[in-house]
Design a protein around this ligand. Structure first.
Ligand SMILES: Cc1cc2nc3c(=O)[nH]c(=O)nc-3n(C[C@H](O)[C@H](O)[C@H](O)COP(=O)(O)O)c2cc1C
Length: 335
């Protein structure tokens, strides 16, 4: 299996879970790694120290028990503040620091961070250099292809990244003004890969093993990064890994395995966030797991009513037990 390196870390398989705020928390990262992801990037964490003691930041910076390599994303606009944030996260377990210049949000962490920074190449250089100088771990960068159609300067930013000592670059094949619309274009990613010697990770709309292989072939990239397609489908990582290794598709996971994965995920969410927040956050994941099932609306309606961890687990268990037994689930009775 071809591997990819970030500093001293070897990524095998060459498939990465994209950072997604509100999605790639520790329970989801641990699950995706177990199911085949070579690397999972944390949710974005603010570089502003005033927010580090909030419950949200504490959960985002908690890496206890997380398998290596631990990659933590930071966002911000002030070089010295970003350097401090990088150091703080390394002190709290980060083995890779990832910098977010790919987020389309107008305001990230109360500043024009994210992809807006790509319009200021000199500031980009200063941020990257100060973060790289601040920590001993590898620093990676995530960008889009540019701000809008007329300002697609990702190749320039990519060169700056390499010169600043960035260890690997992830590129989402969209401009900032496209948000998540249209389809990702891979030609710019291929051009960036061709001009750099550091590893490049291709991102955008990769939703199947075949698509992953096609994007790797088209761009020549070292790895692929998967975001939305992993929501409710964490086993996509082993499916992609298997296809890249053997050129054949794995069968869909059996229902009994989906049941076990889902129940384990719920239990981890309840334990990590506590019952009230855990049950609420789990609803979102349950909706994603159910999205490809014909009976999904009914399932969601019932499970969303669960107020306690015990009830959420029981309803989910009952539902899958009925499906596994080949019986149409009695949803209203189960509630
Ligand atoms: C809900 C959500 C949250 C996201 N949060 C972040 C983030 O915190 N940092 C970041 O760099 N990108 C973020 N992104 C962008 C993803 O990392 C990724 O670049 C994008 O979804 C395209 O990949 P995909 O087509 O595989 O989903 C987010 C995307 C989504 C859908």
């Amino acid at each position: 299996m071809r591997a990819m390196r970030i500093g001293s870390h070897t990524l095998a398989p060459r498939v990465v879970l994209a950072p997604m705020a509100g999605v790639t928390d520790k329970p989801f990262r641990v699950l995706c790694k177990r199911l085949g992801a070579g690397l999972c990037v944390s949710e974005m964490t603010t570089s502003d120290p005033r927010f580090w003691s909030t419950a949200k930041s504490r959960h985002r910076m908690d890496h206890a028990g997380e398998p290596d390599p631990i990659s933590v994303q930071i966002a911000g606009t002030v070089p010295q503040v970003m350097a401090e944030a990088a150091r703080y996260n390394v002190d709290h377990g980060a083995q890779i620091v990832d910098i977010n210049m790919g987020c389309p949000a107008k305001k990230v962490c109360n500043a024009w961070a994210g992809s807006a920074l790509m319009r200021e190449p000199e500031l980009v250089a200063r941020i990257l250099e100060s973060v790289v100088a601040a920590v001993d771990v590898p620093v990676t960068l995530k960008i889009r292809t540019g701000w809008d159609h007329d300002q697609r300067n990702a190749p320039l930013i990519a060169r700056i990244a390499e010169q600043s000592g960035i260890a690997a670059l992830a590129v989402h094949g969209r401009t900032r003004d496209q948000q998540y619309t249209g389809s990702a274009e891979y030609d710019t990613i291929a051009a960036i890969k061709a001009q750099l010697s550091i590893p490049v990770i291709a991102n955008g709309d990769i939703d199947s093993p075949r698509k992953a292989a096609a994007v790797l072939a088209h761009t020549g990239c070292d790895a692929v990064m998967v975001g939305r397609a992993a929501q409710g489908r964490p086993w996509i990582f082993r499916e992609i890994a298997h296809f890249l290794e053997h050129g054949e598709e794995l069968p869909a996971p059996p229902l009994a395995e989906v049941r076990a994965i889902l129940l384990g995920h719920l239990e981890h969410l309840h334990a990590f966030y506590g019952e009230v927040s855990g049950v609420r956050i789990a609803r979102k994941h349950l909706g994603w797991y159910a999205k490809d099932r014909p009976e999904n609306a009914a399932f969601r309606a019932v499970v969303n009513r669960a107020e306690s961890a015990e009830q959420q687990l029981r309803l989910t268990r009952d539902y899958f037990d009925a499906l596994v037994a080949g019986v149409a689930p009695e949803l209203s009775a189960a509630a």
